[in-house]
Design a protein around this ligand. Structure first.
Ligand code: SIN
Length: 375
């Protein structure tokens, strides 16, 4: 089977590439190891950065991104991403993503490390809304073939060029080869390496491992981001509690009921993730840590965060009234397969987008909601 481009992975990075290339007349195959929406995008809650407000600027977004990333970032890549953020959000709007808005004007929320409100969102299920919209669009494109339950085993390399992928189709007892002019790896991160993670079961790092075996350069793999607030019960991570909760006013409290962030950072609950995660880890040495929204209007909290309200109610917890136990969990891989500003790796015709890529935008620690934007 021959294609112009084979895309491995079906989150926002894979699907947006597929749609753009198919619309340019290319014949595309999407290979995905489970169902099309099994990946991390579907789980993203907070939103996507867009430098959209009149009181915001590319310079301020770049600065916030570099501060969060401990200045280990590639500034050119950060600037490129930031300058294109408006275009990216507008493209998603054109695709039909129903971002929250007030009479057509986008509503913007805030998360840790951001000096401005600049995050476009859909309730507390932004990733799901994006994934569903893009899947629908892909399924309508006649130039796109989708292979679900198909595992990519190895990259085919000929004369130092990537020429396709060896795959195992669903229920097959042997491997097959798919050929193409270019391959895109968009397989996401590797959170399942950790016992505590917010990532879905498919986030095992296999795309990065495959590129590594083929000889591609890999970079910054030591920078694993821990999200500060995963809902925790009996010492086990249950699910992510979006940073947007703190963006909209949630407090963190320790066992004694103190707002302990006063001791760690003047930005309090909205310090970058690494700072908040380390503070929680310290406090947990003396007992559990909680997220508290009881000082906010309950109806507004329930309306703004419907999915989290419903999921917590299954544990007999009210997001707007109860203390919710939280703990850090592995969330995002800042490094990955090294690529340039076109997403091209050190192997010709092998491109990498999204969490499996290391473009340098995240540095040592990703700023919240830059991930969907980068992808
Ligand atoms: C969140 O909603 O807290 C996660 C968003 C992100 O990882 O940027």
């Amino acid at each position: 089977m021959n294609y112009d481009v084979i895309i491995i992975g079906s989150g926002i990075a894979g699907l947006s590439s597929a749609i753009t290339l198919a619309q340019a007349g290319r014949k595309i195959a999407i290979v995905t190891k489970k169902l099309i929406s099994s990946g991390s995008t579907n789980h993203a809650q907070g939103g996507i950065v867009g430098v959209l407000s009149q009181i915001d600027s590319v310079e301020e977004h770049v600065k916030d991104t570099m501060i969060a990333g401990s200045f280990h970032n590639n500034e050119n890549a950060v600037t490129f991403m930031s300058k294109n953020s408006r275009k990216a959000v507008e493209w998603l709007l054109e695709c039909g993503v129903p971002f929250a808005n007030n009479d057509g004007k986008l509503e913007l929320t805030r998360e840790g490390g951001h000096s401005k409100r600049r995050i476009a969102y859909v309730g507390d299920y932004t990733g799901k809304a994006i994934e569903q919209t893009l899947v629908k669009k892909c399924k309508r494109e006649k130039n796109i073939s989708i292979f679900e339950n198909t595992f990519a085993l190895e990259l085919l390399i000929n004369n130092s060029r990537c020429t396709g992928v060896q795959v195992v189709f669903s229920k097959a007892d042997k491997s097959d080869e798919l050929f193409s002019n270019a391959v895109i790896i968009a397989t996401g991160g590797a959170g399942q390496v950790y016992s505590r993670t917010t990532n879905p079961k498919v986030s095992t790092g296999d795309g990065i491992a495959m590129a590594c075996r083929a000889g591609a350069k890999i970079s910054d793999m030591e920078f694993i981001q821990f999200h500060p607030t995963a809902f925790t019960k009996n010492g086990k991570t249950k699910f992510l509690l979006s940073e947007a909760l703190r963006g909209e006013g949630a407090y963190l409290r320790n066992k004694k009921g103190e707002r302990f962030m006063t001791k760690y950072d003047e930005r309090m609950e909205l310090a970058p993730r690494d700072v908040v995660a380390r503070a929680i880890y310290e406090e947990e040495k003396n007992g559990p840590v909680y997220l508290d929204m009881s000082h906010l209007d309950a109806k507004e909290v329930h309306t703004r965060f419907p999915t989290l309200t419903a999921r917590l109610s299954k544990y007999d917890l009210d997001l707007a009234r109860d203390l919710i136990e939280v703990s850090p969990a592995a969330h995002y891989l800042c490094g990955g397969i090294k690529v340039d500003l076109n997403g091209e790796s050190s192997i010709s015709n092998l491109f990498v987008f999204g969490e499996s890529a290391c473009t340098g935008v995240h540095g040592a620690n990703r700023l919240a909601s830059n991930s969907l934007l980068e992808a």
